[in-house]
Design a protein around this ligand. Structure first.
Ligand code: MN
Length: 217
């Protein structure tokens, strides 16, 4: 176990909420059993056609993906602030998830890996998280340059942050990046193509047991 990562402890398990929200015998998403032992700085943005379309913006920190749901997606226009609601930390393996979460399950709908790459915080991201202000560079396939995430109030999860671009060489006042580049960076497919690919629907051979409650007790 130690070689693969650290087992989440009862006192601080960053993926507890993630697991509690999902039934892993029904959703194809990864179960997040192990918090990865890594100091990596990957990022991923997943376009997610749930009840409402949104973009899940995720930054790797301490072996999990810090997550925000951005209804309108990122904007390259400097200062154009996009609401980003903090959501539960996700397991690193989730960065590879593209497919269909069945209807009726948490987050039911189609997921496309819209962008991914690495992020580089300007200063200690732990301090930034506490203070509600993260400034960082993205080196993805679609997004580049310096970005900001700023909490507008409160200090807990589910609180509103704002995502916006610095003015730099990667900024644009004219390009609507979410409209111009809707495709998956993993497969080149659109949301519609992923949604129609029935092979991506995950069929369970496992019994419908209470995996989730056992795991979290
Ligand atoms: Mn989502």
């Amino acid at each position: 176990m130690a070689s693969a990562g650290k087992e989440p402890s009862a006192s601080h398990d960053p993926l507890k909420t993630y697991r509690e929200k999902r039934r892993f015998n029904r959703t194809p998403e990864p179960s997040g059993d192990v918090v990865a032992a890594t100091g990596g700085h990957s990022f991923v943005i997943q376009m997610h056609a749930a009840r409402r379309l949104h973009y899940d913006f995720r930054l790797e920190l301490d072996g999990v993906l810090l997550s925000w749901a951005v209804p309108r997606g990122p904007s390259l226009k400097p200062g154009e602030r996009r609401l980003a609601a903090r959501t539960e930390d996700h397991p690193l393996e989730h960065a590879d998830f593209e497919g269909i979460i069945p209807e009726g399950e948490y987050g039911g709908g189609t997921v496309v890996v819209w962008d991914r790459g690495t992020w580089e915080p300007d200063s200690d991201p732990h301090d930034g998280l506490k203070q509600g202000r993260l400034t960082f560079r993205l080196d993805g396939e679609k997004l580049h340059g310096r970005w900001h995430l700023v909490r507008t109030r409160g200090d807990g999860k589910g609180e509103p942050w704002l995502l916006f671009k610095s003015r730099d060489e990667a900024a644009s006042d004219t390009v609507d990046i979410v409209a111009a580049r809707p495709e998956s960076v993993l497969t080149g497919r659109t949301l519609e193509e992923v949604g129609e690919a029935k092979d991506r629907v995950w069929h369970s051979n496992r019994p419908a047991d209470d995996t989730v409650s056992k795991r979290t007790q």
